[in-house]
Ligand binder design. Structure first.
Ligand code: IPM
Ligand code: MG
Length: 361
């Protein structure tokens, strides 16, 4: 049997060890559900800088393009100590990640944030708030806005000045809005579009285009919320959200906040998609260089990202369900990595967590 082509970017920090566990779980799912994956390893971020001097090569982009999906760990190092951060900004590890998002046109970033019943103790919110539970999905625009607008730094009349530009056109807004409404239909049919329309022109256009798209989805309820209010609502009443639709920078900030209220950023998966079935799948968390190589990192976010890959890019829904159920079962059976551990649970390392989940697929 010919395996389905997957590019794998282990990356930096804890990346290689969490990706290894995700591959272990994918292989277990392959045996059970009858598919085979053919992995090609690709260097990106610091790992690529060390070998090629740049965080992303054309060859890496080609390998990704020739695959059905990309499974990624995390990239980047400690900005204070790593030599990678002595390089100019466009040669640092993060430039590789931004580069691959742009090169593959991965404009839709899906970041689900879900409170597992078993992890309620790890949720930092007051119990009267957390008891309602929550299950939201942040749909973050990923290839526009401040991240990709014109930027420069210069000195004018002896005064240093830096400029970043926030630009969106209606097509960029429309395509991400369509993704948000489509996915809301598969969930609880609610979209909350987040902007700063009381100040920004780009947000006023955002709001107008989202309203236009909403006309095609009479069954989906649309609400608009200002981003500062949304930051507050996420800790005041997270249960109110189903799909949060927002631009690149707001989505970056709100998704970290949303992940924290689930108890651990080590649990959250993500998918970055373009107009086709292709996608890049990575945990929402970073490379945690301080705990790399110690077998203590939580591999669940990466394992859940692998499940998303099976669902969205490979149409292996049953296998994706199988992996998600195995994760829930492992939590129900009391296994925890250090970040989500609480009294009475069984503390395990990265490898054992992968083993336990693979066994239950
Ligand atoms: C993320 C990260 C990246 C981003 C960084 C590493 C450039 O924070 O995926 O959220 O800001 O998009
Ligand atoms: Mg971020």
């Amino acid at each position: 049997m010919m395996g389905r082509k997957i590019a794998v970017i282990p990356g930096d920090g804890i990346g290689p060890e969490i990706v290894r566990e995700a591959q272990k779980v994918l292989d277990a799912a392959g045996k059970k559900f009858g598919f085979e994956l053919d992995y090609t390893e690709v260097l990106m971020g610091g790992a690529s800088i060390d070998v090629h001097g740049v965080p992303l090569t054309e060859e890496a982009i080609e390998t990704a393009k020739n695959s059905e999906a990309v499974l990624m760990g995390s990239i980047g190092g400690d900005a204070k100590t790593s030599p990678w951060y002595q390089l100019p900004p466009q040669r640092r590890p993060e430039a590789g990640l931004l580069g691959i998002r742009k090169a593959l046109n991965l404009f839709a970033n899906l970041r689900p944030a879900y409170l597992y019943e078993e992890l309620r103790a790890a949720c930092p919110l007051r119990e009267d708030i957390s008891k309602a539970g929550f299950d939201m999905l942040i749909m973050r625009e990923l290839t526009g806005g401040l991240y990709f607008g014109e930027r420069y730094t210069k000195t004018e009349d002896g005064i240093r000045k830096a400029v970043d530009t926030l630009e969106y056109n209606e097509n960029e807004i429309r395509r991400i809005a369509v993704k948000a409404f489509d996915i809301a239909r598969k969930r609880r049919c609610k979209v909350c579009s987040v902007d700063k329309a009381n100040v920004l022109d780009s947000s006023r256009l955002w709001r107008a285009v989202v309203e236009e798209v909403a006309k095609d989805y009479p069954d989906v309820t649309l609400e608009h919320m200002l981003v500062d209010n949304c930051a507050m609502q996420l800790v005041r009443d997270p249960a109110q959200f189903d799909v949060i639709l927002t631009e690149n920078m707001f989505g970056d900030i709100l998704s970290d906040e949303a992940s924290m209220v689930t108890g651990s950023i080590g649990m959250l998966s993500s998918a970055s998609l373009n107009e086709t079935k292709f996608g890049l799948y990575e945990p929402s968390h970073g490379s945690a260089p301080d705990i790399a190589g110690k077998n203590i990192a939580n591999p669940i976010a990466t394992i859940l990202s692998a499940a998303m890959m099976l669902r969205y890019s490979l149409d292996l829904d049953e296998a994706a369900d199988g992996i998600e159920a195995a994760v829930r079962q492992v939590l129900a059976d009391g296994y925890r990595t250090g970040d989500i551990w609480s009294e009475g649970c069984i503390k395990v390392g990265t490898v054992e967590m992968g083993d336990q989940i693979a066994q239950r697929v």
